[in-house]
Write a protein of this length. Structure first.
Lengths: 112, 115
């Protein structure tokens, strides 16, 4: 059973701080990873994808991948109240599985 | 706006009704997906279509019947549903299925309530 694990939260951070969201996955075969943001009552929105070890930066977002330790993280710098949402981590498993496996998500609350 | 649309946005139906959910993607993608999202549970993959051919049926009950007439349109036909089928049903598309670069883009979803 391939799994993606996230702390459900809520993770509460003050406005302007760095929010750190973490995700672990169960299978070393996983090839690529994605972070989605989901506001309450809305559908998931893709915000970052990462395919190789190291950091990938896009604006205020940085995704970090460590395949040896099987974890992925998302850092949000200068957090804003509008960043308050559930963040879903997903891992793509190729080969016979060939599907995207999602975690349950971490609820982030940015306090003004 | 992701380029994936879904109708209706909200649906209330009785257990004996038959209804259909529609999804359309304007991204030129070759793969389309149906997911179910229930409270406190991870997104559950239901069906995958690649170039109009079903490539995945994730042990979904037969009361859910998908249809993919072309690579831009996807339907989910519903009949004799149960109250536990109430959930957010999400459609997604991606350039292809068998690729690590499997960025999937979601539609707005249909909020389904079964009475």
């Amino acid at each position: 059973q391939k799994e993606v694990e996230q702390n459900s939260g809520p993770l509460s951070v003050p406005e302007g701080a760095i929010a750190s969201l973490n995700c672990t996955y169960s299978d070393r075969v996983s090839q690529s990873f994605f972070w989605y943001r989901q506001y309450s009552g809305k559908s998931p929105e893709l915000i970052m994808s990462i395919y190789s070890n190291g950091d990938k930066e896009d604006g205020r977002f940085t995704a970090q991948l460590n395949k040896a330790s099987q974890y992925v993280s998302l850092l949000i710098r200068d957090s804003q109240p509008s960043d308050s949402a559930t963040y879903l981590c997903a891992a793509f498993y190729g080969g016979a599985t060939n599907k995207l496996i999602f975690g349950t998500g971490t609820l982030l609350a940015v306090q003004p | 706006e992701t380029g994936v649309t879904q109708t209706p946005r909200h649906l209330v139906m009785g257990m004996t009704n038959k209804k259909s959910l529609k999804c359309e993607q304007h991204l030129g993608h070759n793969a389309m997906y149906w997911y179910k999202q229930s409270a406190k549970k991870p997104l559950e993959l239901m069906f995958v279509y690649s170039l109009e051919e079903r490539v995945e049926n994730n042990s979904v009950p037969s009361r859910f019947s998908p249809e993919c007439p072309n690579s831009s349109h996807l339907f989910l036909h519903l009949h004799t549903l149960q109250p536990e089928d109430s959930a957010l049903y999400l459609c997604a598309s991606s350039p292809r299925t068998a690729s690590s670069y499997n960025e999937q883009f979601f539609g707005p979803g249909t909020r389904l309530t079964v009475l």
